[in-house]
Design a protein around this ligand. Structure first.
Ligand code: ATP
Ligand code: MG
Ligand code: MG
Ligand code: MG
Length: 465
């Protein structure tokens, strides 16, 4: 089953259960400064859960584009290291706004997986929040899931929140066991973050609204919010372990491999590039531009990280932006917004790539020299700062290189350099000198295709997260 068929099968199944199919929302959350990017299917329904907005349906289903590259859910550092994380992915979801609750949500999910998709029950593992006796009874007594494939977990895994504030509640998750030859323990085990048991579906029993003071207020009506990563379930259905081996990625990887002079699809840097072209292209299509702070800086970090991986694979000229057509071909209708803005998206990515290309080589040379002279395993903060300040290397990029070589960066001394610079900037501004204009990266890209929705002030200094 192709990913596109899976997407349709999910929608059809939930439509048959009385759900209204709703289009994916933008990656830039509408009017919600608490969120960096849309990170889950429920984001566009936040006000419905809170009882502030009414819709003419109480059941909905979506395939929501999500980006997790900053804020509460940040998977940027996982990309290239696990089989299951992307910066950009599609989340399939079904929602109940004060309509059905735990029992039906559990039944729907189980029937879809074991019935519609025909996944053998013995490959599935279930978890609940440790105090949620109600959900536990439904799974064990009504659904007949055996106790040896069932675990109770705490807050960290099984109490879901969108951000520090907003709708939240206990959840129940379904995992798929990819088999003994892969490292990793079942949920709750000492190495449960390995890739053997992969979490595929999260059902959140929305019961509370957490306010800024940390208080939990019961929601007007208990509701359901579920999310299943399309790429993860596609891996299961297509009989592969790694998400990058599914159809959606194979085409992009193939193109990227060709562009870079014949790199194998299983190459890790190539996978990072294939992941990053999806988040970058969609973010630009949704109105984000590379910039030096807020959402634009996260986008810049992603693009530059991809360029650095290309550089590692020997890229000599621009290559990244050329992957946009392959992305559109691979995703079809789901990439309509990218297809509609293809030329602009390519243009913006190309400019950012070209701009970084001017400093990437020199920066890498400095870093290589420094590493060659290194005594110990910690790259000095001063180097990290120079790379950031003069060569446009976001800190996580330098950290990514360090990690590849088994090194770390000295974050404290880097922070001290940053602080010194801030003080110099403050002192200079007292004399009316705009010190910052001297250090910003030159040539911001103008994009006038549509209104820039980005509220740059809301999320700052992401690189020190
Ligand atoms: P994990 O523990 O694997 O990081 P999560 O618990 O952070 O996942 P949820 O917030 O519960 O994920 O999101 C719901 C579903 O979305 C997950 O069960 C998974 O199928 C999918 N998902 C979450 N993060 C990613 C990601 N970075 N890339 C691909 N799919 C993801
Ligand atoms: Mg996660
Ligand atoms: Mg999890
Ligand atoms: Mg989860």
């Amino acid at each position: 089953m192709k990913s596109s068929e899976l997407r349709s099968a999910f929608q059809k199944y939930f439509e048959e259960q009385g759900h209204t199919a709703v289009a994916s929302g933008s990656l830039v959350p509408h009017d919600d400064p608490t969120l960096l990017f849309t990170n889950a299917g429920m984001n566009q329904f936040k006000d419905v859960f809170l009882g502030r907005e009414a819709r003419d349906y109480t059941r909905a289903t979506t395939a929501q584009r999500c980006v997790r590259a900053g804020g509460k859910h940040n998977d940027l550092e996982n990309v290239g290291y696990t089989a299951r994380h992307h910066t950009f992915f599609e989340m399939l979801g079904n929602f109940s706004f004060g309509d059905y609750f735990k029992r039906d949500a559990i039944k729907f999910a189980w029937n879809f997986l074991t019935g519609t998709l025909g996944i053998p029950e013995e490959k599935l593992w279930v978890t609940v929040y440790k105090d949620d006796k109600e959900a536990e009874d439904i799974w064990l007594k009504e659904m007949g899931v055996p106790a040896d494939r069932f675990s109770r977990l705490g807050e960290k895994d099984n109490f879901w929140s969108m951000g520090d504030t907003g709708p939240c509640g206990p959840c129940s998750e379904i995992f798929y066991d990819h088999g003994e030859d892969i490292a990793g323990d079942p949920p709750g085990g000492p190495n449960d973050d390995g890739d053997r048991y992969i979490e595929i579906w999260n059902m959140v029993f929305m019961q509370f609204n957490r306010t800024a003071d940390g208080e939990m207020h019961p929601l007007p009506k208990p509701s359901i919010d579920t999310g299943m990563g399309l790429e993860r379930i596609a891996a299961v259905v297509q009989g592969v372990h790694n998400n990058y081996d599914i159809d959606l990625f194979q085409h992009i990887l193939g193109e990227a491999g060709k562009l870079l002079g014949g790199v194998d699809s299983s190459n890790n840097s190539l996978r990072v590039i294939a992941d990053h072209i999806r988040s970058s292209a969609f973010l630009v299509a949704d109105g984000v531009l590379p910039s030096n702070d807020g959402r634009g800086y996260t986008l810049r970090r992603i693009i530059r990280r991809a360029c650095r991986h290309g550089h590692k694979l020997g890229a000599t000229g621009s290559f990244f932006y050329k992957l946009v057509p392959a992305l559109v071909e691979a995703m079809g209708d789901a990439a309509q917004i990218v297809a509609d803005n293809k030329d602009q998206v390519m243009d913006i990515l190309k400019k950012e790539e070209e701009q970084f290309a001017r400093t990437l080589d020199k920066g890498m040379k400095i870093l290589e020299d420094d590493i060659a002279d290194l005594k110990g395993t910690v790259i000095p903060g001063k180097t990290v700062f120079t790379l950031y300040d003069t060569y446009g290397f976001p800190v996580d990029l330098t950290n990514d290189i360090a990690r590849e070589r088994g090194l770390t960066i000295d974050e404290d001394s880097y922070e001290a350099c940053m602080e010194e610079q801030r003080q110099r900037a403050r002192a200079a501004s007292q004399f009316g000198v705009d010190y910052n204009s001297a250090i910003t990266v030159e040539g911001e890209t103008e994009f006038t295709g549509y209104t820039n929705l980005v509220d740059e002030d809301t999320v700052k200094a992401l690189f020190v997260e």
